[in-house]
Design a protein around this ligand. Sequence first.
Ligand SMILES: CC(C)(COP(=O)(O)OP(=O)(O)OC[C@H]1O[C@@H](n2cnc3c(N)ncnc32)[C@H](O)[C@@H]1OP(=O)(O)O)[C@@H](O)C(=O)NCCC(=O)NCCS
Length: 188
Amino acid sequence: MAQVGEPTLEGPQVRLRPPTEADYLAVFRWYNDAEIVAPFDRFEIDTWESFVAAIESAPGDPRSVAPRWIVEERTDGRTLGFVGFYAPHPILEFLDVWYVVGDRERRGRGLGTEAVRLMIDHLFRTQRIERIGATCDVENVPSFRLLERLKLRQEGRLARALFHHGGWHDVLVYGITRAEWSAAAPKG
Ligand SMILES: CC(C)(COP(=O)(O)OP(=O)(O)OC[C@H]1O[C@@H](n2cnc3c(N)ncnc32)[C@H](O)[C@@H]1OP(=O)(O)O)[C@@H](O)C(=O)NCCC(=O)NCCS
């Protein structure tokens, strides 16, 4: 059964809103397209049933890596992609964010950065945490540029931590504290 999702978040160019059934097919197609979601990541084909179950149970599950918001462009309402967050560690108290701009034509226009900024703002406002992080393959230039644009700090490098496309890859660890975010992140 669907649970109460996240609130809608409005930025200057993009809106983040909880997924509805009308979004499922488009997101499922992107989700199952390795070229879109995982050029630098592990990839597994999902079934429709497990995809829907994951999306609908995500609001009650802090560890869920299912999409939590649809990203749409405000001017024309076009669906651009999806984003989410999860608690990656069983003991340490922080959240990692992740993000996909599925609509390739609209990449490189700052929309992914704005979507992640809205999500981090919201998480610091609503969650009792002091750190938000993200990880990405060392070769995923758009992803770590996005994080650096938002002033997340590179905290380390996990050697050979991720297997994809037939090989082991190093992963960059990024993070920002609540105080750093308040002081440094551009707002709006
Ligand atoms: C990562 C992703 C969300 C970025 O979305 P986007 O809307 O294109 O990002 P932005 O336009 O806000 O740009 C963010 C930064 O990446 C850079 N960038 C964007 N596309 C790029 C490309 N193809 N090559 C190199 N840099 C690129 C931008 O120039 C910008 O950096 P800058 O501040 O130095 O100019 C998008 O590329 C994507 O969905 N990738 C596939 C999924 C993925 O890898 N997600 C992250 C998992 S860790």
